[in-house]
Design a protein around this ligand. Structure first.
Ligand SMILES: *Cc1c(COP(=O)(O)O)cnc(C)c1O
Length: 216
């Protein structure tokens, strides 16, 4: 990360450790080494780990698709939700965020390559979604999250990262509190950093290969 940032003369981004399928012990080991922010894909799986590790002062990010019927639980469990992609979710998260706690930090997930199978809003719908989030006092709009199409050659994802940066800048021009562009994973984070990522989401390169998925 340092090398990529130096190479492109950009600030070193924030590291989100993606701990899906890793047990609480593995998370605690990384936390002991100084890592604070962790990303989870499933609300149910995260519930167990956040409970087991409460008191360590960790910051939990939801980076998996959020079903509306899980929004209430997600609004209470997570510090950040990076996968907000429709107005219905904005209303549900705002309704269920406890007003006694800090606002829920929110990223808009955009389907930057317009993939039929993918979650995320259409890029052209992001500004309206941003306005809806910004209007909710229990939510705090922080920026944009993208997962480019998985070209076998990571270099081919660079144009998508570049378009994401442009969309991020447009959101920031309208909402000064926007400061987070979440993009880049184990096999393409250097390219994402060169194109302006402020947060990278890394699983395999930190924890090693994940065991095969057994339950959704
Ligand atoms: C699993 C996952 C990651 C991490 O992927 P690695 O290739 O293991 O680094 C990042 N972002 C999202 C949305 C993921 O689901």
């Amino acid at each position: 990360m340092d090398n990529a940032a130096r190479h492109s003369q950009r600030p070193v981004p924030q590291l989100l450790a993606v701990s899906k399928t890793q047990d609480a012990t593995a998370v605690a080991e990384l936390a002991a080494a100084g890592q604070r922010a962790f990303g989870e894909n499933y609300v149910q799986e995260a519930a167990g780990k956040t409970a087991a590790l409460a008191g360590l002062g960790l910051e939990w990010h939801l980076i998996g698709h959020l079903q509306s019927n899980k929004a209430a639980q997600a609004a209470q469990l997570f510090d950040w939700v990076q996968t907000v992609d429709r107005p219905k979710l904005v209303a549900a998260l705002a309704r269920h965020r406890d007003p006694q706690t800090a606002p829920l930090q929110v990223l808009i997930q955009a389907n930057i390559d317009d993939e039929a199978s993918k979650h995320g809003c259409r890029p052209e719908d992001a500004p309206a979604l941003a306005a809806a989030i910004a209007a909710q006092p229990r939510l705090r709009l922080r920026g944009l999250m993208v997962i480019p199409a998985p070209h076998a050659e990571p270099e081919r994802r660079r144009p998508a990262f570049r378009r994401s940066r442009e969309l991020f800048e447009a959101l920031r021009a309208a909402h000064p509190q926007v400061d987070t562009l979440s993009m880049g994973m184990s096999d393409d984070y250097a390219i994402a950093i060169e194109e302006g990522a402020t947060m990278v989401r890394i699983g395999t390169a930190l924890f090693g290969a994940r065991p095969p998925k057994t339950s959704p």
